[in-house]
Design a protein around this ligand. Structure first.
Ligand code: C5P
Length: 218
């Protein structure tokens, strides 16, 4: 397609990132990882020694942080205040604090505006997150909600990070609960999104399925 916006939402470990990057490459588009934006702000909060539960202080850091957002699906590189944060934003400290930061409404408003600007400027873009179909890109050409069983999600994540599968499953459950129960734009499925349960599906299979959905829409 010449122009298209694809929204990919779903819980942690549903395969969103891998699938979204592959899809972006397949359509020669760019890739926006909105979770990485919340993670980079969280990194800056922790780096400044600010308590992630202190909403006012968190917002101040978010406003002062110069974010560099990489959108190349082959290498989505992020910097915060000129510092490479690619590894740190995947670490346990950031993962443990990101849901609190992402629950601050004014932080969300700021990042959602940035996301909308990036989408508006891109001819073809795959956007992944929690609130893309409902809030960030309600006019997306294709809206997908990726899920997978808790066990499958934990297995994928622990294979990626080489962490213990039981601990990973507990952490995913903890974040799902926080992300689904927060007041501001909680994780939920948009009524016009197509659900794809990827439990037992391979990456190639999921990407092929999404490409055929996209081709039938645009
Ligand atoms: O997708 P990822 O696991 O990297 O997202 C990290 C966290 O960022 C999520 O647990 C959620 O709290 C937050 N997030 C969000 N809205 C988005 C994307 C991520 O609140 N659109």
């Amino acid at each position: 397609p010449e122009r298209c916006v694809v929204a990919v939402d779903g819980p942690s470990g549903s395969g969103k990132s891998t699938v979204s990057r592959r899809l972006a490459t397949a359509i020669d588009g760019i890739y926006l990882d909105t979770g990485a934006m919340y993670r980079a702000i969280t990194w800056a909060v922790l780096h400044a020694g600010v308590d992630p539960q202190n909403a006012d202080a968190v917002l101040k850091i978010a406003q002062e942080t110069d974010l560099s957002i990489g959108t190349d699906p082959a290498a989505p590189h992020f910097e915060a205040n000129g510092i490479d944060v690619d590894a740190a934003i995947r670490g346990p400290e950031v993962t443990g604090a990101v849901s609190a930061v992402a629950a601050v409404p004014a932080v969300r408003a700021m990042l959602v505006q940035l996301q909308k600007d990036i989408i508006a400027a891109a001819p073809r873009i795959i956007v992944e997150g929690r609130d893309i179909a409902s809030v960030v890109a309600p006019d997306a050409d294709l809206k997908v909600y990726l899920t997978a069983s808790a066990a499958a999600r934990a297995q994928r994540r622990s294979a990626e990070d080489a962490t213990d599968v039981t601990a990973t499953e507990a952490d995913l459950a903890r974040r799902d609960k926080l992300d689904s129960s927060r007041a501001a734009d909680p994780l939920r499925q948009a009524s016009d999104a197509t659900t794809l349960d990827t439990t037992g599906m391979g990456i190639d299979e999921v990407v092929a399925e999404l490409l055929s959905m996209l081709n039938s829409k645009v």
